[in-house]
Design a protein around this ligand. Structure first.
Ligand code: XMP
Length: 514
């Protein structure tokens, strides 16, 4: 793809994704790359600027990550952040030392030489620091451009070579003028136009897919109805039309009306070549008697691969497998210092497929973050019903039915889940909650209905707020709404006489019960 780009060289900072997010917000495409990137692969016509990220190491440590020294003399502007600044100093003949007073957290910062990097930044501001080392002596050609309380050289620059370094982290929100500084680097110093948008992404990606797939080959994709696979499907369909075949596997563990929704949206609305397979008998048979959560996952994964493979064979002449892999999945799957690791995290239960079936991978969303994928989806006019959906685990209801998974228990849980979610939507709470679902417990309780004693199932309902699913808090649904949910479930779903609300956060609990 030929577009202006900023490279972020990853020296292991926990904030790298934040740098990438901030650059993308400036409508400039950026990519995080490992330190072993060779200067030979960097094209100055495409790479408008380079950021050396922070990192936990000390530049003189034996295994401290370094990068190709030629990168600093290619005429491409470079901004070193924290470790990145210290590394730049060391590589160019300056000196770094252990700071007597380490700086963590907010620190006052004074601009001593404004230049382009600190354009529109007040003379004194607040920066966010997290370092144990600092630059003691600048390399030749550099001047100091800022200082902080404990760090005399808190920012430096070689204006001629367009090399800059800041000891603080402009990417974190606590650095008050961080956004302005990154904008100055990207727009003023690297002179990026900032024309990266979801619309341009779609145009470029469609062009790339056409080129890669050619005029006659076919692509298959496992469509789950979740956001990522749905957006990938519509995007690829835009590029190659009916040569994309989507396979939707109904494993019997889906939410109520899920198969119908997927068919309606993708087959009727988008006219996508969709093959729906009802494999529920196969899955439920394979799950019979299995109660261990990890065994359930394995059985479901294996069965999925078998069913998918059978369906794909029927299509013939397939050379590509498409997946909705996202950028965080790629970044998380490689080590900070060693570059890409051998295995990229697998998704949507089709991890083993490309090799087994000798297929090439197409991952059109692999440089996007989740919110960007939603923007692409909106541009592609994918309905909100799909884009705004709560995440749903691959193993589906099987990990929400504690104990034995049977068709009858799946049916009960589907009805419970349906009542719960429809009330959340009606009360306008659904979009405020990150994920909500019901869990069918392996116990029964005594109740009384119409003067009769009942002895029936107990369900738990769970709703959490979260940003990324890594940590989560239980949602504070108002009592009156909880009351409505409980009433409706017990009144309308046969076989349930008690509802409990899960008030545990993650950690120490997990979001799903299994
Ligand atoms: P936990 O339960 O680990 O869940 O706190 C975090 C998020 O991951 C989803 N999840 C899964 N997704 N396959 C998936 O595709 C799985 O086996 C799986 N287990 C959990 C869960 O729904 C939540 O969004």
């Amino acid at each position: 793809m030929s577009r202006e780009k900023i490279l972020i060289i990853d020296f292991g900072s926990q904030y790298n994704q934040l740098i990438a997010r901030k650059i993308r917000e400036l409508n400039v495409f950026c990519e995080i790359v490992p330190p072993n990137i060779s200067a030979d692969t960097i094209k100055p016509s495409e790479i408008k600027g380079i950021i050396f990220s922070g990192g936990p190491a000390s530049v003189y440590a034996p295994k401290a990550p370094h990068c190709d020294a030629r990168i600093l003399s290619m005429g491409i502007p470079v901004l070193g952040i924290c470790y990145g600044m210290q590394l730049m100093a060391k590589m160019l003949g300056g000196k770094v030392e252990k700071a007597r007073h380490r700086e963590y957290g907010r620190a006052p910062f004074t601009v001593t030489n404004r230049g382009l990097l600190f354009k529109d930044v007040p003379k004194t501001t607040i920066s966010w620091m997290s370092h144990g080392d600092k630059v003691k002596r600048m390399p030749k050609g550099f001047v100091r451009i800022g200082r902080s309380g404990n760090t005399p050289i808190a920012a430096f620059a070689d204006f001629n070579r367009k090399l800059y370094g800041v000891q603080f982290h402009p990417e974190v929100a606590h650095t008050i003028c961080g956004k302005i500084i990154l904008r100055n680097f990207v727009k003023e110093i690297c002179r990026c136009r900032g024309d990266w948008s979801m619309r341009s992404f779609i145009q470029e990606t469609v062009r790339d897919i056409r080129k890669r797939v050619g005029r006659s080959d076919k692509v298959i994709l496992g469509l789950s109805g979740g956001v990522d696979s749905s957006v990938a499907a519509v995007l690829i369909h835009k590029a190659i039309g009916r040569r994309l075949a989507c396979i939707f596997v109904d494993n019997g563990l889906l939410r109520k009306n899920e198969a119908r929704l997927v068919r309606e949206i993708f087959q009727k609305h988008f006219k996508i070549n969709l093959h729906c397979v009802d494999a529920s008998d196969k899955f439920l048979k394979a799950l019979k008697g299995i109660t261990d959560p990890e065994k359930k996952r394995k059985v479901i994964g294996r069965t999925f691969i078998k069913v998918f493979e059978q369906e794909a064979k029927k299509l013939g002449n397939v050379r590509f497998l498409a997946q909705g892999t996202l950028y965080p999945d790629l970044i998380e799957s490689r080590s900070a210092f060693g570059g890409p690791s051998a295995t990229i995290k697998t998704h949507h239960n089709v991890g083993g497929l490309p090799k087994r079936m000798n297929l090439k991978l197409i991952e059109p969303l692999k440089y996007l973050f989740k919110d960007e994928v939603r923007c692409v989806g909106r541009e592609l006019q994918i309905p909100k019903e799909i884009l705004g959906r709560h995440p749903f685990p691959g193993p589906g209801l099987a990990v929400r039915i504690i104990g034995d998974v049977t068709r009858q228990r799946c049916d009960i849980l589907r009805e419970v889940d349906d009542r719960f979610i429809s009330i959340l939507k009606k009360e306008r709470l659904y979009d405020k909650i990150w994920q909500a679902f019901a869990v069918l417990l392996p116990i029964k309780s005594v109740g009384v209905m119409g003067d009769e004693r009942t002895y029936e199932n107990v369900v738990a309902i769970r709703a959490v707020t979260s940003v990324d699913g890594m940590t989560a808090d239980w949602a504070k649904i108002p009592y009156n709404v909880l009351g409505k949910i409980s009433n409706r479930i017990i009144n309308e779903v046969r076989g349930v006489n008690r509802v409990a609300y899960d008030i545990s956060s993650k950690p120490p609990s997990t979001i799903e019960w299994e």
